[in-house]
Ligand binder design. Structure first.
Ligand code: HEM
Length: 225
């Protein structure tokens, strides 16, 4: 089997199926317990479902952000082939999270939902994060990359960094007070974004040296003195 066949017909379907396991589990738990307070979802199943889906949204978002650094560190280039799928799963779980909030938590009471978005800051931030993710999902196809052009597409998709920061902020604000879990997620996000800043600075320094080899040589000479 070639590497291409293995990625396309084994690894990708496996990643796809694995990404659906959390949703399948929570759907099974909700249906089997009839959303009752004594089932596996605890005393408040609706809150459990909403939080569970929020957790998986932020996990997939951070996983998508982790692809480039992990590829850079390990040198395992095929990893990039999974980035789009993982990013789309982040958006998919965000849709499920928002749907559970609108349908199960608020019973489609749009006036109440609007008030909530306006009043509770963490919901405003969550909504803004969701709005940022939507154009990224909509432009994730090869056709859209072609239509936008590589440069514009790359610039637009930098919004994922802002979305990552805002998702962590939404989590931190929602939990109220200093709690370990949101801090862990925010730290992971900081490391993943920090890696990019460091890589960017390194690239710039290298480009500067290539543009000005005399100065680079002089600098190196000065160092030896
Ligand atoms: C893509 C963006 C989003 C991400 C990554 C995200 C993630 C999260 C996370 C991690 C939690 C906490 C779960 C826990 O405590 O374990 C949470 C809670 C919550 N999110 Fe989001 N969220 C997003 C967007 C939204 C949006 C758009 C809304 C509503 C319009 C929303 C409404 C809520 C609510 C109501 C809770 C707390 C529920 C409760 O009090 O139990 N989120 N979210």
């Amino acid at each position: 089997m070639t590497r291409e066949t293995a990625i396309r017909w084994v690894a990708k379907p496996l990643v796809f199926a694995s990404a659906l396991i959390p949703l399948a589990w929570v759907a099974w738990a909700a249906v089997s317990s009839g959303l009752g307070p004594t089932g596996p979802l605890g005393a408040n199943p609706i809150e459990y479902i909403n939080r569970f889906l929020g957790d998986w949204t932020i996990r997939f978002l951070l996983l998508a952000l982790a692809v480039t650094p992990v590829r850079g560190i390990t040198g395992w280039t095929p990893l990039i082939r999974f980035r789009r799928m993982i990013g789309l799963f982040a958006f998919f779980y965000a849709c499920m999270h928002v749907s559970s909030y609108i349908g199960l938590d608020q019973f489609f009471d749009w006036t109440e939902i609007w008030k909530d978005i306006d009043k509770r800051n963490y919901i405003t931030v969550g909504m803004a994060t969701f709005v940022l993710l939507a154009p990224l999902a909509a432009t994730s196809t090869k056709g859209m990359i072609k239509r936008l052009g590589g440069k514009r597409w790359t610039r637009l998709h930098k919004l994922i960094y802002v979305a990552g920061i805002m998702a962590c902020l939404h989590f931190y604000m929602m939990r109220k007070g200093v709690q370990l879990e949101p801090i862990i997620y925010a730290s992971i996000c900081a490391v993943l974004l920090g890696y990019r800043v460091a890589a960017h600075l390194k690239k710039k320094a290298r480009a500067g040296k290539a543009e000005n080899p005399d100065r680079a040589g002089a600098g190196a000479g000065a160092g030896h003195r």
